[in-house]
Design a protein around this ligand. Structure first.
Ligand code: C2O
Ligand code: CU
Length: 470
């Protein structure tokens, strides 16, 4: 059951203080017409939260054993020895403090994917902090808002694909949809060995000049389990069940279906949308969808997440009615009503992005021309790439054109953006000249990474820093 112990008076107080009040001010400033030089001061850097934390958590990153099926195990890098890492769950507006202790022989960080935190706690090595050295600790304190389904992960190199990830749930005080029970569904790809870029000999080489290869994944996971040993989600007939899907995979676009039930998508990247009924959705690395199902069809049913660009057996979980007598789960039929971005209508609009933008970037996403494995934005491979400079309070537009045949799930740190009528933080740009335009309000000064969330594309250069200048 979702927890309902909401401290309303405390929340009411919090909303009048600290970062929230600054956010509200920035929102007002965004509605002023025109742009002049003095206006930038209306958006000061979001200050690091100093209030007493409502929730304090310690996370140690260290090598640990992953057992995705009874006969299968490997050593990977984990938080608290768990895979996925421990679920962090707080109420919207709470101050969350996480002390990271690095028990690895390599530097590491934690990034709070999707949460518009203050810049110093965004967890990006060489952009917002130095990597936390082996044996050292670093404390990330931030206000957990807005509510939504998020995840946290290491932002150093290819560490995400070693298992340094976990869900972060920020509960809303007053959900716009009703439900009786919920499950978090972390979908992932399973790499039992040390990740490498193809130029370092990984991924079996090849892939051609324009195409791409995935790492040698040995399977696909839901909540850290292979299909041989799927997690079970118990439901009772008549319940409405909220499923919070997180694509925590490093290089896999998943198509998700549930047998015997329609999904009502209620949130995209954590943000509430007008409920939309579908039988499937596709999501790229870093995207999240929440969907509610009505438990009106007793039995044992499979949740399946297929790799769109891979041949591994689909990641699987089981929805099992209390009344069901076991037996093998029924598989979903083929998808006919798949969610499109155009179906997503945010419940409330994003401030500061109406009308014409103050600044527009036209960016081309492509495979590098050199022999080495690189992925570029406008021909530049990060970190040898120019920052995208913006000014506080601007309405910024980024138009992306994908000149490669593979999809790129593009993620912006520190801000939500509008794409169509949706508000998201990660969006798939389809291959073969696919075009996507995003708009955001420059309301969180700092230096923020904007990048492809395919970890191998990111590591091979498909990133830029979005930098505020006065
Ligand atoms: Cu999950 Cu830079 O992001
Ligand atoms: Cu990419």
């Amino acid at each position: 059951m979702p927890r309902r112990e909401h401290a309303l008076s405390r929340r009411g107080l919090l909303q009048l203080t600290g970062a929230t009040a600054l956010g509200a001010l920035a929102g007002c400033a965004g509605q002023l017409p025109g742009t002049d030089d003095s206006e930038g001061e209306a958006v000061p850097p979001r200050s690091t939260v100093t209030a007493e934390p409502d929730t304090s958590v310690s996370l140690t990153s260290s090598p640990g054993t992953v057992r995705p099926a009874p006969e299968t195990s490997t050593t990977n890098w984990l938080y608290e020895g768990e895979f996925p890492g421990p679920e962090l769950r707080v109420q919207e507006g709470d101050v969350l403090s996480v002390e990271l202790t690095n028990g690895l022989q390599a530097g590491t960080t934690i990034h709070w994917h999707g949460v518009p935190v203050a810049n110093p706690v965004d967890g990006v090595p060489n952009v917002t902090q130095d990597p936390v050295a082996p044996g050292d600790t670093f404390t990330y304190t931030f206000r957990a808002e807005p509510a939504g389904t998020y995840f946290y992960h290491s932002h150093v190199g290819l560490q995400l694909d070693r298992g340094l990830l976990g869900p972060l749930i920020v509960e809303e005080p007053d959900p716009h949809v009703e439900y009786d029970r919920e499950y978090v569904v972390v979908v992932d790809d399973y790499l039992p060995e040390e990740p490498e870029l193809p130029s370092d000999g990984g991924m079996g080489g090849g892939g051609g000049m324009m195409g791409d290869t995935r790492p040698p994944y040995e399977g696909l996971l839901i909540n850290g389990r292979l299909p041989e040993d799927p997690p079970r989600f118990e439901v009772t007939e008549g319940e409405r069940v909220r499923l919070r899907f997180v694509n925590a995979g490093s290089a896999t676009v998943f198509g998700v279906r549930i047998a015997g039930h329609e999904m009502t998508v209620t949130h995209a990247d954590g943000r509430p949308v007008e409920p939309v009924d579908v039988d499937s959705f596709v999501f790229g690395s870093g995207e999240r969808y929440d969907a509610v199902i009505e438990a009106t069809n007793p039995g044992t049913w499979a949740v399946r997440a297929d790799a769109l660009d891979g041949s591994e057996p689909p990641a699987t979980a089981i929805v099992e009615y209390e009344s069901a007598s076991g037996g093998s789960p029924q598989r979903p039929s083929s998808a006919s009503n798949r969610l499109q971005y155009g179906d997503l209508q945010a419940v409330s609009s994003l401030d500061g992005v109406s009308g014409e933008p103050d600044r527009t970037f036209d960016l081309t996403l492509s495979r590098g021309r050199s022999r080495s494995y690189t992925w570029t934005i406008d021909g530049q491979a990060y970190p040898d790439a120019d920052p995208l400079q913006i000014r506080p309070d601007e309405h910024v537009r980024i138009r992306m054109t994908n000149q490669s045949p593979v999809v790129h799930p593009m993620h912006l740190h520190g801000h939500f953006f509008q794409v169509g009528d949706a508000i998201k933080d990660t969006v798939i740009v389809p291959g073969h000249r696919g075009q996507v335009t995003i708009d955001f309000h420059a309301d969180n000064p700092g230096r923020w990474l904007f990048h492809c969330h395919n970890l191998y594309h990111l590591d091979a250069g498909m990133a830029r820093v979005v930098e505020y200048v006065e």
